[in-house]
Design a protein around this ligand. Structure first.
Ligand SMILES: Cc1cc2nc3c(=O)[nH]c(=O)nc-3n(C[C@H](O)[C@H](O)[C@H](O)COP(=O)(O)OP(=O)(O)OC[C@H]3O[C@@H](n4cnc5c(N)ncnc54)[C@H](O)[C@@H]3O)c2cc1C
Length: 437
């Protein structure tokens, strides 16, 4: 068969996860003819499908909080943003609020001044208010987090947590894969094309400019713009473009497990996400009377870096299930530890400072939206907007490296300085170097 060449595309987007489809939609809204290519059979089947999809504002840096606050507004009016014509229905944003437990020296100390700066509404609860508002939680101080086979893990708490920060605007999206499908359909209505079960195997270049991509079926798509939104495969796609060692910020895959357990008594007992740095886990209500239990990467656990994103253990392990669920059960004493281990094992695409890279590259026309570090699902809409603005400005001749673009948040009017997401930034000194960004 003669290889075919598709030349009716202005921008190829590699990856149809939450961020990739949002970029396809935002570029389509600006009149660019896009083709999204994904190795998997449908949109949102990559790391997006395992996302806990928590929408929170508790980041460690000003750009992090700004993006998250702006990003929430997309979910608030999702039907208007994506339009309602998706035969599968629309994803739902459950604006349940969120509890960030306070502990001395804890994450809230970084976030609260940033909430004040950005204008994120919050309530500062003392210990009494925490007990009154969240009676299902044991307010004891158990931390710092310890391995479950350490005596310290089982020690009785000697004091109580000082309280919590309550953000009423936070919540979670009930179905991250469906949300991605919504974005796909919205983009398709504007003419965007999607090719599934197709892998990008090469990036075509001439004299420092991207020319398009070569696909696993032998065909090529020629286009002046290519965007790498390959999630945990971001590093390998950059390598295809010859960009492996050209960025100061690198990305690499990190294995993570999220577990599912029956919620205690009534789901209402933990009706919103809870971030608990004192035990090292986060909780989130799930449909069907379940709770999701994820890890906040406490120092005692170490990191499970993965060399090959196509080759990692996709099964929930007994060790991590026990560790996370027992930690959660210290905080929620009514939680049982079931015999059956349910949950997901998936990959974060982690950048060196756990802050994403939304940027151009040294290859003209080749852009990256990578290093989402387990914390960017919530930002799909605003990340799509920012990357589309960046592509428009750089393709029109702007020297973004010398004169970084500042994007205005469409909902909040807040400035988003894209220099914060540069591939060549110094490591952000304020980062938590964790999923908290
Ligand atoms: C366990 C877990 C929990 C999370 N919880 C939260 C949370 O609570 N809140 C939050 O905001 N974020 C969370 N995140 C992070 C969030 O889910 C991600 O940041 C987001 O989904 C990334 O979307 P993406 O489009 O960049 O990548 P992905 O969804 O990973 O999509 C990348 C796509 O690229 C495709 N691809 C890769 N290489 C190629 C190639 N060569 N050719 C063709 N296709 C290719 C893949 O098949 C894949 O579908 C979590 C992530 C995980 C893993």
């Amino acid at each position: 068969m003669t290889p075919t060449v598709d030349s009716a595309t202005d921008a190829v987007i590699i990856g149809a996860g939450a961020i990739g489809t949002a970029i396809a939609y935002e570029l389509s809204r600006r009149g660019r003819r896009t083709t999204s290519v994904d190795a998997l059979p449908a949109a949102g089947y990559g790391s997006t499908s395992s996302s806990s999809a928590i929408v929170r504002f508790s980041y460690s840096t000003l750009p992090g909080v700004t993006m998250a606050w702006e990003g929430m507004h997309y979910w608030l009016d999702w039907a208007t943003y994506v339009g309602s014509a998706d035969e599968s229905g629309l994803a739902r944003f459950v604006q349940s609020g969120m509890v960030l437990l306070k502990e001395p020296g804890g994450h809230h100390e970084r976030c609260v001044p940033l909430f004040d700066q950005v204008g994120v509404p919050y309530e500062d609860w003392d210990a009494d208010e925490l007990r009154r508002r969240m009676p299902a939680l044991d307010p004891g101080r158990f931390g710092p987090p310890a391995p479950v086979d350490d005596d310290a893990f089982w020690a009785d708490p000697q004091s109580e947590l000082p309280g919590a920060i309550w953000t009423p605007g936070a919540g979670y999206v009930n179905d991250p894969q469906l949300a991605t499908h919504n974005l796909q359909r919205a983009a398709q209505r504007l003419g965007a094309r999607f090719r599934f079960s197709t892998t990008v195997t090469a990036i075509e270049t001439t004299a420092g400019h991207v020319q398009g991509v070569r696909l696993s079926d032998g065909s090529t798509i020629s286009a002046p713009v290519v965007v790498n939104v390959a999630g945990p495969h971001s590093g390998s796609v950059n390598a295809l473009a010859g960009l492996a060692d050209t960025m100061r910020i690198r990305t690499r895959p990190l294995r993570h497990e999220v577990h599912q357990v029956p919620a205690p008594v009534r789901t209402d007992d933990v009706a919103c996400p809870v971030a608990d740095g004192d035990t090292g886990v986060y909780l989130r209500p799930e449909v069907g009377g379940q709770l999701l239990v994820g890890s906040l990467d406490p120092a005692c656990d170490g990191h499970e870096w993965v060399d090959d994103p196509d080759d990692f253990n996709r099964r929930v392990t007994a060790e991590q299930f026990e560790r996370q669920v027992l930690r959660a059960a210290r905080r929620v004493p009514a939680l049982g530890v079931p015999n059956e281990r349910r949950g997901v094992a998936a990959l974060y695409d982690v950048s060196d400072d756990w802050i994403p890279v939304y940027d151009r590259t040294d290859l003209d026309g080749f852009y990256v939206a990578i290093g989402t570090s387990g914390n960017q699902f919530k930002n799909a809409g605003i990340a799509g907007h920012c990357v589309a603005e960046l592509v428009g400005a750089v393709q029109a001749g702007r020297d973004h490296d010398a004169d970084p673009l500042v994007v205005t948040g469409p909902h909040t009017g807040l400035p988003i300085d894209m220099a914060a997401f540069s591939r060549n930034r110094p490591l952000h000194p304020g980062s938590s170097y964790s999923v908290n960004g």
